[in-house]
Each structure stands twice: as structure tokens, then as C-alpha cells.
Design a protein around this ligand. Structure first.
Ligand code: FE
Ligand code: FE
Length: 200
């Protein structure tokens, strides 16, 4: 059992309440993934000197909205006046960028470092903080992940956070191209930036 809490990020925030709220509105598959990402994100934050509680909370919540309907995301993009370009994409992009708005409203999380890490976990950014990187990488390498390249991803994560980010972006873009899927422009920007920063 975990004994950490997120009171420092938001006063009065009870992790157990949050965890129960998550468990009740998402599949067990997704819920357990979120718990694993929380743990790995915390571990990376300890290793690389990021804010452990912000990295953990963002890791815990990163896929909070992933199982919501397309309609809910579309309504949210319109009512919050988010970039209308988002309407051309889908759940894969929305659950981070738009999901952060849902998390803000439903869970009362106002910490922008946490929200940004959630926003950026699907597309990266040229501007990633250490907390953003911990969540981004943890999502990719949590213990149940299994795909060609996972060992390299874990090795990079052990060596340098920037390399792990670069590897993940490269791997994700290659995968999307291979599947004939569209790529959100910010993902290319992130790739171009991090491929020159992280040594692969
Ligand atoms: Fe996600
Ligand atoms: Fe995830």
C-alpha cells in the first residue's frame, strides 16, 4: 500500500478519495495503469530531482479522462474555447490536452505544473519541465508495457531523462506513420527539439 499523499500540491487533497473517484469511473485496466504510472513517475522524479508529488499526482491522473466520449471532449473544446484545430484530432490527443480541463473542473486540481504534465503527456512539448518528462516517460515504460523497443526505452530512462523523451517521441512518430495515422503538429515540434537534446 502506498502511504504518500498530495496534500502539498493541493491542501486537503486526499489521495484515497481521488483514487476511489478514479476507480469508480474507469475500467480496471486503465485504473491499474494509472497507479503504475504514478509509481514510476515518482521514482523518476526521485532519480532526476523533479518534484516528486507533482510528478506522482500527474502520473496518477494522466489518463483520468481517457474513457470519456468524443462528444464530451468536443463540447469541452467548444465551451472552453480551446484551439479549434483540436477538433480535427481524436481521443489520443484530447485525453491529455482537453482531459486536463476536465480534471481541473471535476477534481479541483489547479496546480499548473500538474495540469501541464497531463496536457503534455500525449504530445510532448518543446518546453517540457522535469515533471512533464517524468510523466511522459513513466507512461511509456511502466512495468506492464511490452512492445518492440521497450528495453531500449527503459535503458534510456535509466541513463538520461532527455534521451528517454527523445526515444519515446521518435518511437511514437514512427509508430503513427507506420499505422497511417495523423500526427498532431506539436508532436513534430517536440520531436525536432528533443532529438537534438537527448543522445540516442
Ligand atoms: Fe494517455
Ligand atoms: Fe497512459
Amino acid at each position: 500500500m502506498t502511504n504518500f499523499n498530495y496534500d502539498k500540491v493541493k491542501h486537503g487533497l486526499d489521495r484515497e478519495v481521488l483514487v476511489n473517484q478514479m476507480k469508480n469511473q474507469m475500467s480496471d485496466f486503465r485504473f491499474t495503469h494509472c497507479l503504475r504510472v504514478e509509481q514510476v513517475s515518482r521514482d523518476l522524479a526521485v532519480k532526476y530531482g523533479a518534484d516528486v508529488d507533482k510528478a506522482g499526482l500527474a502520473g496518477l491522473l494522466h489518463d483520468y479522462a481517457k474513457e470519456r466520449s468524443d462528444k464530451e471532449f468536443i463540447d469541452e473544446i467548444k465551451s472552453k474555447h480551446l484551439d479549434p484545430e483540436l477538433l480535427n484530432y481524436n481521443n489520443a490527443i484530447w485525453h491529455g490536452i482537453v482531459g486536463a480541463e476536465i480534471i481541473k473542473d471535476e477534481l479541483g486540481i489547479a496546480d499548473e505544473d500538474v495540469l501541464n504534465a497531463i496536457r503534455r503527456h500525449t504530445v510532448g512539448s518543446t518546453n517540457m519541465t522535469q515533471v512533464d518528462k517524468c510523466v511522459f516517460v513513466a507512461d511509456f515504460i511502466e512495468p506492464k508495457r511490452d512492445f518492440p523497443g521497450i528495453e531500449a526505452a527503459r535503458k534510456y530512462a535509466d541513463k538520461s531523462l532527455d534521451s528517454a523523451v527523445a526515444y519515446e517521441l521518435k518511437h511514437s512518430i514512427a509508430h503513427l506513420v507506420d499505422k497511417n495515422r495523423e500526427i498532431y503538429p506539436a508532436t513534430f515540434d517536440s520531436y525536432n527539439y528533443w532529438i537534438s537534446k537527448g543522445e540516442l
